[in-house]
Design a protein around this ligand. Sequence first.
Ligand code: UDX
Length: 424
Amino acid sequence: MLGVDVDASKVEMLSRGEVPFYEPGLPEVLQRNLDSGRLHFTTDIAEAASFATVHFLGVGTPQKKGEYAADLRYVFSVVDELAASLTGSHLLIGKSTVPVGTSVEIIRRLKESGTEADISVAWNPEFLREGFAVADTLHPDRIVLGVDPEGDQDAVVAQVEEIYATILAEDTPFLRTDLATAELVKVSANAFLATKISFINAISEVCEAAGADVSTLADAIGYDQRIGRRFLNAGLGFGGGCLPKDIRAFMARAGELGADQALTFLREVDSINMRRRTAMVELATKACGGELLGSNIAVLGAAFKPESDDVRDSPALNVAGQLQLKGAAVSVYDPKAMDNSRKLFPTLGYADSAAQACELADVVLVLTEWAEFLELKPADLEPVMRGKVIVDGRRCLDPAVWMAAGWTYHGLGGTPRVVELPRR
Ligand code: UDX
């Protein structure tokens, strides 16, 4: 196997066995494959072209600046470079999350490039979650493969099945379909997940107004197997490099296809999500007694979710930045995302531990639910803090513990019930 990237420093790190980001379990997998001599890295796409006959395409498709649409320049640049370097028969398998129609555009580009090679195109979307990348790769819920009806479909499917046979359980569902469906499966799955989160966050706004408890409500509706409890955690909402930009790119593509009305609800999903950040800033302001100027705020969590050092579109950092702009002194701590946070928000204050972030703080905000924050006890923070106020942006703490120690506890989306209701 040969991994190709344009970033020479990343290629050097990977070749030395260092993963350039935090992903549990991945360094071990990398080292094992380097040691066995099965895996190498290069910046030279021509080397990849002569090395392999199957090429996985997994470059990023970020949101275009100032627009909702996805920026496909990296996808097309790989395709153009490969077309110029390949000879003989090859299979190009897309894994990137792309607007529907991209693979057909790739096929058109390949034809127009005048390449001598015979290149088949298939689409095999990637569903892994950050923080669980290894497990999700080795034990996926399903494999989806879109194939080109004008090519030798059976040969392409056989080739991909052979590749996966070495790593997957025999009973992993393998769905063979057309290119457009495969592309749409991925963005639809992400749109559904984003909708589920915004649904429960919208309900949390009603719960808060009515004095109801959205966490108990989520448990109760989640027991219905048609609904399911996963992705019903109310709080600060979704961020990261996928869900926010994917729902926007999906809306943009539907508009191009003349089906824009179909996805107008995703605009609402997006705005419910962004409203959570405003609500968090308001709740933090309230927790500071209504005045941010002169307040010291500790922010625990900067990554967009636990078990990741990714701060792209991080709700936690967005809130920290807003609070600082409004006059608060903010000190941020995250177990893994400090370097990335410093690069993205250089003017925020940073600390080396949760306790250090809380030094002289009036209020502490928990904005990413890292396990080490769930284990914090009032007695850990009382010696260093100026106030005894905690705001739980992820509804992940036990309010009873904090209240029993004389703290003021605020939960985003309403304070969860402390007293267990009698059960039958
Ligand atoms: C997502 C998809 O889950 C994955 O299948 C796809 O391949 C890439 O995009 P990822 O971005 O790694 O994966 O994170 P995910 O675990 O989906 O969480 C996304 C965001 O939603 C996080 O900010 C998380 O904090 C938030 N979230 C998740 C909630 O606010 N509530 C929940 O109940 C679940």
